[in-house]
Design a protein around this ligand. Structure first.
Ligand code: C2E
Ligand code: MG
Ligand code: MG
Ligand code: MG
Length: 291
């Protein structure tokens, strides 16, 4: 059995393993204090209507400003936060900060319809709905201005408690979006079981477009399905003008990607929200491709 094997196992414990373990332990210790030490921050990536140049919203994307390592992207530490049971604290901080930032942006004269917040499957339990409600109350943000991004990992569950929570969220008036659509393992039945507003086409499908006709047909089918279910669509990870044109031809107008902007700090977002900013950028992009 495992115990026996464990006792007799010969462990080759070289220096690099030792230092990797030490680094990992250090990271865990630092992460435990990151929220309290105010080391988290949010970047925002605008979502832009590629027909009109209007900003339709912004997605909040968390970063950890580590004192020695600098800005650490989420894929390097969100899974650790989940493992250590810290994701509730991180998630609550993100939610409150995103709501407060949107209120502040509007108070200083910017127009922006909504902010999106990512929610980890592990964060999606009992008191999450209460946390959302209190973040809205404290910030004074209208529920329709907040969008919760859930992944298929949450939706795949048939658990009554999950279904109830999603409906309670919808009852609050927040918008519900399904992130990374088509990348998880799941049946499609959740699309009709849950009261969703939006589907985000994952970047992997955008990248796939250039790799063959079958991929193109797959994306077309996803778009048709989403539209017939009455879901709004956002395409994630658009970097190239050809990609934008493909989606515009399919009448998928809302684009989130490096073509328009990388995720930026709040102060830099202000410039992107200036009237006509993306109208001008679109005009330049359209001109450079029509020549
Ligand atoms: P996501 O929610 O699917 O976010 C989109 C990711 O795609 C972001 O990476 C964004 O920077 C990146 N992206 C956007 N446009 C482009 C593009 O044109 N090209 C390329 N190559 N990438 C693009 P980021 O910020 O590193 O976040 C990665 C993931 O980390 C997110 O994926 C989300 O799953 C997770 N995450 C971020 N913030 C939070 C958070 O506050 N809470 C939780 N639970 N997860 C978060
Ligand atoms: Mg997201
Ligand atoms: Mg995504
Ligand atoms: Mg993702």
């Amino acid at each position: 059995n495992a115990k026996k094997r464990g006792r007799n196992r010969v462990v080759v414990y070289d220096d690099s393993m030792e230092s990797a373990n030490r680094e990992r332990l250090q990271l865990e210790n630092d992460l435990r204090r990151a929220v309290d030490l105010n080391q988290l921050l949010l970047h925002y990536q605008p979502q832009v209507n590629a027909r009109t140049g209007e900003v339709t919203g912004a997605e909040s994307l968390v970063r950890w400003n580590h004192p020695d390592e600098g800005l650490i992207p989420p894929f390097k530490w969100i899974p650790i936060a989940e493992e250590l049971g810290l994701i509730d604290d991180v998630g609550e901080w993100v939610l409150r900060k995103a709501c407060a930032d949107l209120v502040e942006l509007r108070a200083s004269g910017h127009t922006i319809p909504k902010v999106s917040v990512n929610v980890s499957a592990l964060q999606f339990h009992d008191d999450f709905v209460d946390t959302v409600q209190s973040a809205l109350q404290e910030s004074g943000l209208a529920a329709q201005s907040l969008e919760i991004e859930l992944t298929e990992g949450v939706m795949v569950s048939n658990q009554e408690s999950i279904v109830t929570m999603v409906h309670r969220l919808k009852d609050l008036g927040v918008r519900l979006s399904i992130d990374d659509f088509g990348t998880g393992y799941s049946s499609l039945s959740y699309l009709t079981r849950f009261p969703l507003d939006e589907l985000k086409i994952d970047r992997s499908f955008v990248v796939g477009l250039a790799k063959g006709k079958q991929n193109v047909e797959l994306v077309r089918a996803i778009i048709a399905m989403a539209k017939s279910l009455g879901l709004e669509l956002v395409v994630e990870g658009v970097e190239r003008m050809e990609e934008l044109e493909f989606f515009r031809d399919q009448e998928v107008d809302v684009i989130q990607g490096f073509l328009f902007s990388q995720p930026v700090p709040l102060e830099a977002l202000r410039a992107l929200l200036a009237p006509e900013h993306f109208v001008r950028q679109l005009a330049l992009l359209n001109r450079s491709t029509s020549q």
